[in-house]
Design a protein around this ligand. Structure first.
Ligand SMILES: Nc1ncnc2c1ncn2[C@@H]1O[C@H](COP(=O)(O)OP(=O)(O)OP(=O)(O)O)[C@@H](O)[C@H]1O
Ligand SMILES: [Mg+2]
Length: 336
């Protein structure tokens, strides 16, 4: 191998979401769920997406996966570049192909994602039958291999069992196995451990992080758990009212957040004995997406809010070291 020349251009991001807008037509009006999200994920990188309930984390992920509920959802602007191609411009069959082979999603609730009347072996094997044209017998062996890989004990004996015969943690491992089956380039995990007991959460998360490293996949990890983020993520994107308000390498953000909202989130790290509790350190409530406040959407709750915050929507300002903050007064948040 030859050394990269000095002017070496980094390879384009695996995934680049640019200025994405998604809205939902509801009886009461238009809910602006995603309002110009821009983020990227490199090969082998883990991007953690944080933010309160309703900030648009899942909707953005669904748009990337191509599983958005349309209608009532509608993508009204932006680009989703995956391996250089804009997914929003693909035909439905091309899109399905990308979704099946190149990206996979892991949800919070395995029980409702897995088919209750098919054995886990059949469901895992199906991936290889459909996408790789394997025989049923070979596919079953592959299923056992995958179950071993996600460390389900006695895989060969359990391959014929049904989802309800597994514990919550084991079911989540099966979901991970399904997602990994075709070795996709990108995995989106939406609160993958939220429904599990605390001890099991850590095991499942460690497993996911380990496999992600092994396979050098890009991972978008949506989570409320800042403890998990610190352990496994490379970078963080913090969402508020359908926008990214701060993005930074993970350790930098813990040391010195550059947005008052991030600061509030970090100060409200839930303790282990308060599992499942919402984050309360930030006063007030997230905005109504039918009536997002003008200017900076966070200003009604912001300790730094000034006049201009009520009128001028902040761009994502450059913060040194490859970071970004959508706060007019980020320097104050950062150094104050
Ligand atoms: N199917 C839908 N129909 C109508 N509105 C929707 C639909 N899905 C999402 N929304 C709107 O989009 C907003 C953002 O939803 P999203 O699921 O992305 O939030 P989230 O950040 O993932 O929150 P949580 O942490 O609770 O999962 C919701 O508050 C809701 O107003
Ligand atoms: Mg969600």
């Amino acid at each position: 191998m030859t050394a990269a020349p000095a002017s070496f251009e980094p390879s384009p991001a695996l995934l680049e979401v640019r200025d994405l807008h998604v809205e939902f037509r509801t009886r009461d009006g238009v809910a602006r769920a995603v309002n110009g999200v821009t983020y990227s994920v490199a090969e082998g990188e883990t991007l953690a997406v944080l933010g309160e309930s309703g900030s648009g984390k899942s909707v953005t992920a669904q748009a990337v996966m191509g599983i958005l509920d349309m209608p009532p959802g509608r993508i009204t602007g932006g680009e989703i570049l995956f391996q250089g191609r804009d997914l929003l411009k693909l035909k439905e069959d091309e899109r399905r192909e990308v979704r099946g082979r190149e990206m996979a999603m892991i949800f919070q609730d395995a029980l409702s994602s897995l088919n209750p009347v098919l054995s886990v072996g059949e469901q895992l094997g199906e991936m290889f039958v459909v996408h790789r044209g394997m025989s049923r017998k070979d596919a079953r062996n592959k299923a056992v291999e995958l179950m071993d890989r996600v460390r389900i004990p006695a895989a060969r004996e359990r391959v014929g069992q049904y989802p309800h015969q597994f514990s919550g943690g084991m079911r989540q491992r099966i979901m991970i196995a399904m997602a990994l089956a075709l070795e996709p380039a990108l995995i989106i995990a939406d609160e993958p451990t939220t429904a599990l007991d605390v001890t099991v959460q850590a095991q499942v998360m460690d497993l996911l992080a380990e496999l992600q490293r092994e396979l050098a996949m890009g991972l978008i990890l949506i989570t409320h758990d800042l403890g998990v983020v610190a352990d496994v993520a490379d970078r963080i994107a913090v969402m508020y009212a359908g926008r990214i308000v701060e993005t930074a390498p993970v350790h930098d953000i813990y040391k010195a957040p550059a947005h008052p909202y991030t600061k509030g989130l970090l100060e409200s790290i839930p303790r282990l004995d308060q599992k499942g509790q919402e984050l309360y350190a930030i006063k007030g409530l997230p905005p109504n997406l039918l009536h997002i406040p003008p200017g900076c959407a966070f200003h009604p709750r912001c300790p730094l809010g000034r006049d201009m915050c009520r009128t001028d929507e902040p761009p994502l300002y450059d913060v040194p070291d490859g970071r970004g903050s959508a706060c007019h007064f980020w320097q104050e948040a950062h150094h104050g």
